[in-house]
Design a protein around this ligand. Structure first.
Ligand code: FER
Length: 279
């Protein structure tokens, strides 16, 4: 009996922590606009970027019931190599996913900022999207985000401006950016998600040089990828390093390829974990 309990307790603990970390896949209609529930609002903003030297656009999602009387945590949600500030809206219906999650009381009220992560004067996804200067612009976005966009958002909207109230996530190139910028700036971000992260993801030792100090700072580190995605080895490489260095993280290998079916599922699950733990 004693032996049985010794086996059972760790098993239950593990099951419990897994279910607490992973909300599970959505059901049909999770990404469709529903009538009869409260809806959020989309703003298009233009901010002056000292980093790029131009005025740049971003889209801001304000949650249902938004009011200047409250202060909100903020998620910065980034696009992929072929996208821009409208990519999530064109292909992913994040506003409907989030509205429906609010209606089900599964997420906390948050502002979601959809930036253009290609930080260069012509930031359209036109021509050769793989050109070296365009790929470099995804790296250059770190300065634009930290020094231009975040200060603009924090001045313009009623937001909680501490690291525990700031998250960063993205898909593919945006997943690489979220991991690079989030883990590289743990004084600014406590909630980090890489969805199907691209080859711009830094090598593990550069990505997280000091795992011991990161351990206590990270509230959520989510890494996920479709099992049919040829970029899966990048996420597995990050996962192996995090595991070897005992950095708590959530790893999800989900059925699917490199597409919005996977990323909508990621947003659905990741957003339910955001801004909830005490750590
Ligand atoms: C690459 C393969 C994929 C790469 C970038 C991507 C810069 C990005 C894909 C995406 O954002 O969807 O070799 O190199």
């Amino acid at each position: 009996m004693k032996r049985f309990i010794c086996l059972l307790v760790p098993l239950l603990t593990q099951l419990f922590s897994v279910s607490a970390q992973q909300p599970g896949p959505p059901s049909e209609g999770f990404d469709v606009m529903r009538s009869g529930i409260a809806h959020g609002r989309l703003d298009t903003i233009t901010y002056a970027s000292k980093t790029v030297g131009t005025n740049r656009k971003a889209v801001v999602y304000l949650p249902p019931g938004f009011t200047d009387k409250n202060k909100y945590p903020v998620l910065y949600l980034l696009h992929g190599i072929g996208g821009d500030e409208l990519e999530w809206l064109r292909n992913g219906n994040p506003q409907h996913i989030l509205d429906n999650l609010y209606a089900a009381k599964k997420i906390v009220p948050m502002i979601v900022v959809l930036p253009n992560g290609r930080a260069m004067p012509d930031d359209r996804a036109a021509g050769n999207i793989m050109a070296a200067d365009k790929v470099a612009a995804f790296s250059n976005f770190e300065g634009d985000l930290l020094n231009d966009l975040i200060p603009y958002i924090e001045q313009r909207y009623p937001v909680l401006a501490d690291r525990k109230s700031r998250g960063i996530a993205g898909l593919s190139m945006g997943g690489g950016q979220a991991l690079n910028f989030g883990l590289g700036n743990l004084d600014k971000f406590a909630w980090i998600g890489g969805f199907s992260s691209a080859p711009n993801t830094k090598q593990p030792k550069e990505l997280l040089a000091d795992p011991a100090s990161a351990r206590s700072k990270i509230s959520l580190l989510w890494i996920s990828c479709g099992d049919q995605d040829r970029l899966l080895p990048i996420t597995e490489r990050t996962r192996d390093y995090l595991s070897a260095n005992q950095v708590p993280h959530t790893f999800l290998k989900e059925p699917g390829q490199h597409d919005f079916k996977v990323w909508k599922n990621d947003l659905y699950q990741f957003s339910q974990l955001l801004f909830k733990s005490e750590k």
